[in-house]
Design a protein around this ligand. Sequence first.
Ligand code: CO8
Length: 261
Amino acid sequence: IPKYEFVEASVVGQNSNVGLVRLNRPKALNALCDALVDDLASAVKLMDKNTSIGAIVITGSEKAFAAGADIKEMKDGSFASNVTGGLLQGWAEISKCSKPIIAAVNGYALGGGCELAMMCDIIYAGDKARFGQPEVTIGTIPGAGGTQRIARSCGKSKAMEICLTGNQFSAEEAERMGLVSKVIPADKLVDEAVKLGEKIASHSPLIIALCKESVNKAFETSLAEGLSFEKRIFHATFSTNDQKEGMQAFIDKKAPKWTRS
Ligand code: CO8
């Protein structure tokens, strides 16, 4: 894994099967400048291709997961330069990743930082994490999914309140709203996120990719279409070696040996 300027990428876990990407731009509280997003996208893409990695954890520092898009870099943009310059294009890599991504959020996850966390598949929060979409306080609106993903995961009233006030909210509130799945003492957060990654990585990577794709369908389709998609993927798993291996290993009371096929 190469060295990057704005992220630290490594492989962790007892079986070296979890990719860890740490945003590392401390002077600007990990504000998401273009170069940082490029580094992050490149690290995630490499980890997605690396067959020894089964899950990815994205984290920041204790003070900030990410304090949003880089306001200084962004402020002189125009409608035309935003469109033709492809503002936000690099972010698509994160959502394209076929492997599960866990956001481990300590400190501030504001604006684009909150949106980055929501692009991930699972969010674990440190107990002092602060979330929010403060864009309206600086004359713009969320642009990387804030209005859409909060509405989908927490409903209209919460989405409206968060996006229209710009108010921050705590890790506990985020858990109550269903935005994050667990709150963990800040100093244990990354370890717990890596353990979660290891658990996911212990399953067949092929089946995990199909399962992630199927859950994601829930956000894109009607229930009837989603159920039909899920059923077909379920049917299709029976054409894989890993389904045969998994069910035989259960019957033989052995640990399965996944073949990724
Ligand atoms: N952009 C650029 N620099 C930042 C940002 C940011 N978002 N956040 C913090 N910094 C810088 C500060 O300017 C400061 O730099 P300097 O030392 O040179 O003055 C340094 O980081 C430390 O920050 P503070 O002194 O402000 O630290 P505090 O502990 O006092 O406050 C806060 C921490 C509350 C997080 C505060 O920094 C803050 O409010 N930051 C801005 C939060 C914000 O408004 N974020 C939303 C940005 S807009 C957005 O994300 C739109 C997303 C659209 C999609 C993405 C497009 C690419």
